[in-house]
Ligand binder design. Structure first.
Ligand SMILES: [Zn+2]
Length: 157
């Protein structure tokens, strides 16, 4: 067994798209980043790379590389899954937290779980996505940022 932890934070800006777990979520504010700024996919990618002790998302996909400008974060996730399989590991389970003041994510969490389950080659019951707010405090609570954290357990295939 190997455990991995990943997190990611992005600034929010008015009028930008908000993409989480591959789902475009209707929102006044969206995440700003070099790629499509999908914080959940980035945190999960980082957790998988961490469990494999293969660096982090930035060492594989530099934000100074023009190839990843506005890139679909699915590319990063797929590469981490490829490395996981190459190293003979599979996902046991994923637990994650998305911290965002608004909108409420509950209507979209099943679709995000489905997307992750498909990409990670597991059942939806192996994927947990929890949503929290910042209770009006800090950058999350004042809708200036979105954060995602993911904890992943891998086992040898
Ligand atoms: Zn990110």
């Amino acid at each position: 067994m190997r455990i991995g932890f990943g997190n990611d934070i992005h600034k929010l800006e008015f009028g930008k798209p908000l993409i989480l777990g591959g789902v475009e979520i209707p929102s006044e504010f969206g995440a700003v980043g070099h790629s499509d700024a999908d914080a959940l996919f980035h945190a999960v990618t980082d957790a998988i790379l961490g469990a494999l002790a293969l660096g982090d998302i930035g060492s594989h996909f530099s934000d100074e590389d023009e190839r990843w400008k506005d890139a679909d974060s699915l590319i990063f996730l797929k590469e981490s899954v490829r490395l996981m399989k190459e190293n003979d590991f599979q996902i046991e389970n994923v637990d994650s937290i998305i911290s965002l003041e608004k909108p409420k994510l509950r209507p979209y969490s099943e679709k995000m779980r489905e997307n992750l389950a498909r990409e990670l080659d597991v059942e939806i019951t192996q994927i947990s996505i929890k949503a929290k707010t910042g209770e009006g405090l800090d950058a999350i609570g004042t809708s200036r940022a979105i954060k995602a954290e993911a904890c992943i357990l891998l086992r040898k295939s």
